[in-house]
Design a protein around this ligand. Structure first.
Ligand SMILES: NC(=O)c1ccc[n+]([C@@H]2O[C@H](COP(=O)([O-])OP(=O)(O)OC[C@H]3O[C@@H](n4cnc5c(N)ncnc54)[C@H](OP(=O)(O)O)[C@@H]3O)[C@@H](O)[C@H]2O)c1
Length: 246
C-alpha cells in the first residue's frame, strides 16, 4: 500500500443523510467509551444499530433507541445468535484496563472474540468488519513502549491476522491512544498501514465517527491505517481523505 500522509480538516459530526443499507450493524463494546458514540452515530444515519453486551437491561436503560442483544465475546454461540440479520460489524470491545474478571483476558476478548465473531460473520456473508486495533501491530517496537502496552498490541496483531484469514472484508483502524476531548474540534490524519510509533491521540468521539464513516467508504475495505488528531488548515476534509485510502 502506498504510504502517504493525508491531512484533513475539522471533523464534522453533523448528522448525515440516512443511508441504511438493509441489514443491522452489530456493535461490540457498544456500552463502552467509544462504542456508545458509534451507536448514537449509526442511529443518526438511520442504521439499525444492534449493541452486543453482557448486560442488555442496563444498556437499554442508557440507550433505548438501539437494539440490544445479550452476548459474551467468549461465547461463540451467543455471537452466532447476535449475527442474525446483521451485515456489518464495528468491533470496539476490549478487556477493560482494570477488569475485575480475571477470566476476561485480552486473549479471550480482544483476540478470541474477533476469531469467533469473524467466523459468525463469514457464515452470514457479512459485507464489512471494522476492527479497532492498535498502532504498532506491524512494528518492531521501541524499548520505551511499556509492557502494559505491548500485551494489548500483541493480541491486536493476532486478532487482525484472524480477521484477515476469515475472508470477511475488513477495515483495520490503528489508533495510538485516545482521550475524552469532544469530537469535531481538530482534523484527523490518516497514515496507511502502520508506519510510525508515537504518542499521538485521537478523541474517542472522532474515532467513533471514523468507524461509522468507514461503512460508507468502499476504499476502506481491506485496508489498515493509523489515525490521530491534528490541527489542520481545511475544514471538514477528513471524510474525503478516508475515502481516498487504499
Ligand atoms: N486506550 C487506548 O489508548 C487504546 C489504544 C488502542 C486501542 N484501544 C482499543 O479501544 C477499544 C475500546 O476502548 P473503550 O475505552 O471504548 O472500551 P471500554 O469503555 O473499556 O469498554 C469496554 C467494552 O467492551 C465490552 N466487553 C468487555 N468484555 C466483553 C466480553 N467478554 N463480551 C462482550 N463485551 C465485552 C464491554 O461491554 P459490556 O460490559 O456491556 O458487556 C464494554 O462495552 C478496545 O478494543 C481497546 O483495545 C484502546
Amino acid at each position: 500500500m502506498q504510504r502517504r500522509t493525508m491531512l484533513t480538516g475539522l471533523a464534522s459530526l453533523a448528522a448525515m443523510p440516512a443511508q441504511a443499507a438493509g441489514g443491522a450493524v452489530l456493535v461490540t463494546g457498544a456500552t463502552g467509551a467509544i462504542g456508545k458514540f458509534v451507536v448514537e452515530m449509526l442511529l443518526a444515519r438511520g442504521e439499525k444499530a444492534r449493541g452486543l453486551t453482557r448486560n442488555p437491561d442496563k444498556a437499554r436503560a442508557a440507550q433505548p433507541k438501539a437494539e440490544w442483544v445479550a452476548g459474551d465475546l467468549r461465547d461463540a454461540a451467543s455471537l452466532k445468535k447476535a449475527m442474525v440479520g446483521v451485515d456489518r460489524i464495528i468491533f470496539t470491545a476490549g478487556r477493560k484496563f482494570r477488569d475485575e474478571d480475571p477470566a476476561n483476558t485480552l486473549e479471550a476478548v480482544d483476540y478470541g472474540g474477533v476469531v469467533s465473531l469473524a467466523a459468525a460473520a463469514k457464515e452470514v456473508g457479512a459485507k464489512q468488519f471494522v476492527l479497532i486495533s492498535s498502532a504498532g501491530v506491524e512494528q518492531k517496537l521501541p524499548p520505551w513502549i511499556s509492557p502494559m502496552l505491548l500485551e494489548p498490541i500483541k493480541w491486536k496483531a493476532k486478532s487482525e491476522g484472524a480477521l484477515k484469514e476469515s475472508g470477511v472484508p475488513y477495515t483495520l483502524i490503528r489508533p495510538f491512544g485516545m482521550d475524552d476531548r469532544p469530537g469535531a474540534q481538530m482534523g484527523i490524519v490518516f497514515l496507511p498501514s502502520d508506519p510510525i510509533m508515537a504518542q499521538l491521540l485521537i478523541s474517542r468521539t472522532d474515532l467513533a465517527a471514523v468507524c461509522v464513516e468507514c461503512l460508507y467508504q468502499p476504499k476502506t475495505l481491506n485496508t489498515a491505517f493509523q489515525l490521530f488528531n491534528a490541527a489542520t488548515r481545511t475544514a471538514d476534509d477528513w471524510k474525503k481523505a478516508l475515502g481516498n485510502l487504499g
